[in-house]
Design a protein around this ligand. Structure first.
Ligand SMILES: [Fe+2]
Length: 150
């Protein structure tokens, strides 16, 4: 009986983790759209730098999405195909673009930080390391955009 309870508890923990990973994946899918959109629309002299920067961020988001999706597959879950519904604001103002990028990166860092906390109680080093790598990349992006906005 106790064994059944512990199996159920493990399963619930795993489902919760899959849910968190799917939330992260939905934000990565949104980030791909956000950055691709801003890369296409950024104008003026800043286009020289920012168009490439946004494209790099979109590519990074594809990479993160791939890692998170693979983790969900490994856990036996169904990966979401939908982007997070949080609106992507259309603008031609590069500062506004950067502010939306900053918000997105901060949120991503928080989400991956929470997943890492959950993975502390999970015996999978490979999964922990892959999420930690993304987490550090998000932290670097937050700092990078914060500097751009200063
Ligand atoms: Fe990311």
């Amino acid at each position: 009986m106790i064994k059944i309870f512990s199996i159920l508890k493990e399963k619930m923990k795993e489902n919760q983790l899959i849910k968190q990973l799917n939330n992260a994946l939905s934000w990565e899918l949104r980030a791909i759209h956000l950055y691709s959109h801003y890369s296409a629309y950024v104008q003026g002299i800043h286009r020289l730098q920012l168009s490439g920067h946004f494209t790099t961020e979109a590519t990074e988001s594809i990479g993160h999405a791939n890692i998170v999706r693979s983790a969900i597959v490994k856990l036996g879950g169904v990966a979401t195909t939908e982007r997070n519904i949080h609106p992507i604001v259309h603008t031609l103002d590069f500062l506004e673009m950067l502010k939306h990028a900053y918000e997105t990166e901060k949120l991503a860092a928080t989400i991956y930080g929470e997943i890492l906390n959950a993975l502390d109680h999970y015996d999978d080093r490979e999964l922990y390391d892959s999420i930690e790598t993304i987490y550090f990349a998000e932290l670097r992006s937050v700092e990078e955009v914060r500097m751009l906005l200063n």
